[in-house]
Design a binder for this molecule. Structure first.
Ligand code: EPU
Length: 346
């Protein structure tokens, strides 16, 4: 007798999404299904009704603003697993299930004696969300440690492995925000931590820590501790104050545009890029427009970092979007720069 095929994971009806998004915004998923493997995703794709439904892929909910209930089938990615795939003279390759906590992975890798991810400590969200945004902090981006990932195609149900080129990583950008948006579920991510380990300490906040502790040669665990301390000092913990990290990307402008702004605002924080363009600190632009600490309804601008919008309690997604639009307008009015939001509005 043929073994009967494994069933589709259960479909849960009317699930509150409030605890499933780091902003803590109220919304309900009309139907939600949790997947723990590639096979689970495939069963959904192959299902006569579920397969045809539009789908929303949800990881840790760290990059979403819910403004309404979700009619699409919500696929909550809970693929587990952390392992060292191989180690050779060039370094280590580790693999994590997309449902693992990103910060948990960073801490675990250091416990295994594998340095390389420490600058990316304490970024909220799950492993599966990190390539979508190409997360970055303190001089390291995910793409700098990326080996490959597995995705399940939401049309064919097939699992495909993608390398960095196929992921088309850019600054807080990838193919998953563009033509693969809503078309694939990331299930596993592999990272390469190279040997010999070289600390990345060029970022101003880390230079300050080196001076403060009179330690010019910190080990990876020390860098991890410093990054955690820096982040805790200026970024809100989503478990306490709902937020989605930086709400806007740092805008990139031409040298002429930057000179024009410096002419009027000599203090503007800016970083020249290798291609001759200049990246501006969006947090500084927003701060300069007087937004720090301001609110619209329950949505506010964080007191210690104007780039972060927060839920002061009871905020709706609509209030977050209204606040974001008002900030965009005032930054455009004063500096002629259009800010681009990082999170996806649903
Ligand atoms: N600044 C202000 N006022 C503010 C905020 C910032 O004047 O309210 C100034 C700061 O003084 C600093 C500059 O702007 O000179 C840059 O600020 P910060 O060092 O905090 O970094 P950021 O550019 O605002 C980016 C990332 C963060 C990442 C940090 C550290 C983006 C969109 N954000 O922020 O990423 O942690 O650098 O590398 O690139 C995230 O994406 O969620 C995130 C937190």
């Amino acid at each position: 007798m043929q073994p009967s095929p494994s069933p589709v994971p259960p479909v849960e009806a009317r699930v509150s999404l409030r605890t499933l998004n780091t902003f803590g915004l109220p919304a309900t998923a009309v139907r939600l299904v949790r997947v723990r493997s590639e096979a689970d995703v495939r069963r959904i794709v192959d299902h006569p009704q579920l397969g045809l439904m539009p789908k929303l892929v949800l990881g840790g909910g760290s990059n979403l603003v819910f403004t309404q209930d979700v009619e699409d089938l919500v696929i909550k990615v809970e693929v587990p697993g952390l392992r060292v795939l191989r180690e050779d003279e060039r370094g280590w390759v580790i693999e994590a299930g997309a449902g693992e906590s990103w910060h948990g992975l960073v801490a675990w890798s250091l416990q295994q004696g594998i340095p390389g991810l420490e600058n990316l400590a304490l970024i909220p969200g799950t492993v599966g969300a990190t390539p979508v945004q190409n997360i970055g902090a303190y001089g390291v981006e995910l793409k700098d440690r990326f080996e490959s990932l597995d995705v399940v195609d939401l049309v064919t149900g097939r699992t495909v492995t993608l390398d960095a080129v196929a992921c088309a990583f850019g600054y807080r950008d990838s193919v998953f925000k563009r033509h693969l948006l809503g078309k694939a579920v990331i299930t596993r991510v592999r990272l390469r931590c190279p040997k010999p380990w070289q600390p990345v300490l060029g970022y101003l906040d880390l230079e300050r820590k080196m001076a403060e502790h009179q330690n010019p040669t910190p080990d990876a665990q020390t860098v991890f501790d410093w990054v955690c301390a820096i982040r805790r000092a200026k970024l809100p913990d989503p478990a306490v104050i709902g937020n989605a990290g930086s709400f806007f990307k740092n805008p990139v402008v031409s040298m002429e545009q930057c000179r024009d702004i410096i002419g009027r605002d000599p203090e503007v924080v800016h970083y020249p890029l290798p291609d001759g363009s200049v990246k501006l600190a969006a947090g500084w632009l927003i701060d300069a427009c007087g937004w720090k600490g301001k609110s619209i309804g329950g949505a506010g601008v964080y007191e210690k970092q104007a780039l972060v919008l927060v839920n002061r309690g009871g905020a709706t997604g609509g209030e977050v979007v209204t606040l974001a639009k008002a900030i965009e307008e005032s930054v455009y009015g004063r500096f002629g720069i259009r800010l681009e939001a990082e999170p996806v509005v649903v």
